[in-house]
Write a protein that binds this ligand. Structure first.
Ligand code: ATP
Ligand SMILES: Nc1ccn([C@H]2C[C@H](O)[C@@H](COP(=O)(O)O)O2)c(=O)n1
Length: 253
């Protein structure tokens, strides 16, 4: 879809992303809308394409994607901010997008998302993947850190169905961190006023169990394919970023 649009859509809104790539104007992009059908208890995605406003330079370059994974509190968000500053990536946190959608007035998924988050469960991929795709398109950028996704087999399958052909997947950046450190960091974040409804011991136990049972197998899957760059996330943030930096430089960024 992006490629088709890129072929016919002008890059007249000059690529403001500061990095090479598709640089499509959000106004000319397909928007995915999601509804929950009570009748069939399924999620339905509808697609509408706004007419392209521009004609011009063609680009077939797909957006570059790095998945960022690791336990709750491993420091994914912290490191993503630094990568954004240093390597001109756009950071999309699946958790942040879900929290935003939960708080959006009129969202039909607010209660569902809250229930999943509070209980440390993974929201159905139809919701998350549509939020990610819409955010990617709206950004007009071409290098993305997809943080906290794919978190289970459902996430991975949904991504493969909806997105894998449209992006240029680079690697998984895996922040490896012991459980005790993760818990301590999340509780510290809660005490510093994160306002998150899941930075408490009860939710954390569930999140860690979901991570061990559902997310680690996905990381192992990518590892088996030689697509994981593992980082020890237990040292301080500065030291961790030193390792992150080496990986991105070695990968040509
Ligand atoms: N290397 C580090 N050393 C010490 N504290 C850290 C480090 N990295 C992050 N933190 C702190 O730990 C907390 C969790 O970090 P962060 O929000 O980046 O984790 P996360 O992996 O994105 O978490 P989640 O998956 O729950 O969103 C924050 O309060 C952050 O300031
Ligand atoms: N792919 C995802 C990512 C996140 N969530 C939900 C469930 C998580 O516990 C919560 C917080 O995510 P975080 O900010 O810790 O990355 O958001 C999900 O369902 N699916």
């Amino acid at each position: 879809m992006w490629r088709a649009l890129a072929r016919t859509t002008l890059r007249a809104v000059a690529n403001d992303c500061g990095s090479p790539g598709v640089g499509l104007a959000p106004s000319a992009l397909t928007q995915h809308q999601l509804r929950h059908s009570k009748a069939s208890n399924r999620f339905i995605t509808t697609t509408s394409t706004a007419p392209p406003h521009n004609i011009g330079i063609m680009s077939v370059e797909k957006p570059k994607i790095v998945f960022v994974l690791g336990g709750p509190g491993a420091g994914k968000g912290t490191q993503c901010s630094r990568i954004v500053d240093r390597f001109q990536f756009t950071h999309l946190s699946a958790g942040d997008l879900l929290r935003e959608e939960r708080s959006r007035e009129g969202s039909e998924f607010g209660n569902l998302i809250e229930d999943y988050i509070r209980n440390g469960k993974i929201v159905p991929v139809e919701v998350t993947c549509s939020l990610l795709e819409n955010a990617m398109k709206a950004s007009g950028k071409s290098r993305f850190l997809i943080d906290g996704f794919p978190r289970n087999q459902d996430n991975l399958d949904g991504w493969n169905r909806q997105m894998s052909e449209k992006v240029d997947f680079q690697f998984v950046l895996f922040f490896d961190c012991g459980e005790d450190v993760c818990v301590k960091r999340c509780l510290g974040r809660g005490q510093s006023g994160s306002g998150r409804t899941d930075d408490n011991l009860d939710s954390l136990k569930k999140r860690i169990s979901t991570y061990n049972n559902d997310s680690l197998p996905i990381i192992k899957f990518f590892e088996g394919a030689g697509q994981v760059k593992r980082i020890d996330a237990s040292p301080d943030a500065e030291e961790v970023f030193g390792e992150v930096e080496k990986i991105f430089v070695a990968s040509g960024f």
